[in-house]
Design a protein around this ligand. Structure first.
Ligand code: HEM
Length: 147
């Protein structure tokens, strides 16, 4: 169990930047899925049968929960572990697609933050997202517990 980012002042920048963007949360997640489908059209069929309005709501809620629990690695680990396991085992999403969606989320953060997006904020988000995707991926590769 480990923090996504070790330095507390970086955690604060992460939280503050997300809080600002989440005031445009609906538009943010809409743009994120749009960018995913532009960059990775192969991801589209995974969502064909799904209600995208519902999916956008779930993505926003989950990102919000991740950031809200960024100082609670016990809770965050559980959340990322279950999310990763569902994506890899149940929805059969390739691991590299998860990493691409991670990049899309960071780039959409940049787009919605405007001039407030600094190179420091960019590296903080890249570092945090790398850990998020690693934890989702690790959980998806664990053998299923016999219990
Ligand atoms: C950082 C990356 C991602 C995050 C945070 C994320 C988040 C979510 C969330 C919150 C749900 C709702 C259900 C659940 O919690 O299991 C979900 C479902 C789903 N996601 Fe993702 N997702 C990511 C990447 C992807 C990618 C890249 C794909 C496909 C190419 C994908 C395909 C799906 C599918 C098929 C479902 C199933 C919905 C259903 O059957 O109800 N996800 N995702």
């Amino acid at each position: 169990m480990k923090y996504l980012i070790a330095e507390p002042e970086k955690l604060k920048l992460l939280e503050d930047s997300f809080r600002k963007v989440s005031t445009s949360g609906e538009k943010f997640v809409e743009r994120a899925y749009e960018t995913l489908f532009e960059r990775l059209p192969e991801a589209r069929p995974y969502f064909n049968h799904l209600d995208m309005l519902g999916m956008r709501g779930k993505l926003l809620l989950t990102l919000t929960m991740m950031i809200e629990n960024v100082r609670r690695p016990d809770i965050l680990d559980g959340l990322l572990g279950e999310l990763g396991a569902r994506h890899i085992r149940k929805y059969r999403v390739p691991v590299d697609y998860l990493a691409k969606m991670g990049d899309v989320i960071v780039d959409t953060m940049a787009e919605f933050s405007g001039p407030e997006w600094t190179s420091e904020l960019n590296s903080i988000w890249c570092e945090a997202m790398k850990s998020i995707i690693e934890r989702m991926t690790e959980a998806g590769s664990q053998p299923i517990s016999p219990n």
